[in-house]
Design a protein around this ligand. Sequence first.
Ligand code: SF4
Length: 363
Amino acid sequence: MTDVLNYKGANPSVLRHDWTADEVEALFQMPFNDLIFQAQLAHRNHFDPNQVQVSTLLSIKTGACPEDCKYCPQSGHYNTGLDKEKLMEVRKVLEEARHAKASGATRFCMGAAWKNPPAKDMPYILEMVQGVKEMGLETCMTLGMLDEDQAGQLAEAGLDYYNHNLDTSPEFYGSIITTRTYSDRLNTLAHVRDAGMNICSGGIVGLGETERDRAGMLIQLANLPKHPESVPINMLVRVEGTPLEDVDAVDGIDFVRTIAVAKIMMPASCVRLSAGRENMSDELQALAFLAGANSIFLGEKLLTTANPKESSDRQLFNKLGINMEDTSELDEQALAKVCPLREQDNEQYFDAMKSDAMGQKAS
Ligand code: SF4
């Protein structure tokens, strides 16, 4: 018991940025019960264990992406029968955001299938950020690679989070994507951080990677100068027409292990149970929450793939006694508990609760 409590790599109160491959592989090799126990300890040290943050994700520009990510139905390199859609009108995006807020989402994420956002579309993108923020929702976007200037414009418009996943380890990356490099990815994350935005970055389990690759991806994330505030861990959704349609399915226990290791390495980050929930049983999702996942996407669609119905999510939360985080009702102290990184780095965090829309000045 003492060994489990004192496992040297897993002090739940320390945010480390010097993880080694051997240490992380040792975490993956721990007996499952010990690993989950460590992850739960780490989680409870930073979060209310019975609260889950809820985001909604909308595809604002769908398909015909010039990138060749082998898992993605939106890539223009594969024929998946997807209906392509050009950039959605600002008015329509704001309508969707209003609906998401009414359904209990606290963060509204907007995704566009681009290599990088075209200059001609940036004014519309900025209008979307401003409009969603004025509703009192946190804003998140995923638009591909950003240069320094674009990151600055988005931050100035009030974008809270930028999603840019590393997907897998640097070693395995070239087997999955050839149209950009790992360094391109890291450069965008650096621009996002330098512009003062929060980072949402994680990866995918089930691409055909080894456990060492899963460890390698988590090491890249945890050893960034600051941990991403949000770490989505996706289970591959195998879409017909993509090169990965026939890859072996991920073992549920291996998936939960990845969540637990992510939580131990980045205990103050929200770990998001992301794509693939549609194919998970209630029991597997419950294990993922036990392993420290504390964020989900609500809504029946995740960009272009299916997500559980809102009603089944609510039933599951009821069964587990989990509350959805509603930041609009929280005071400052409670907000710090839900997302402690706000407190630690409040110069970099632009708080939606203090935006002009709430009649107060942004900090
Ligand atoms: S994952 Fe993103 S960048 Fe890759 S093909 Fe899909 S939309 Fe494009």
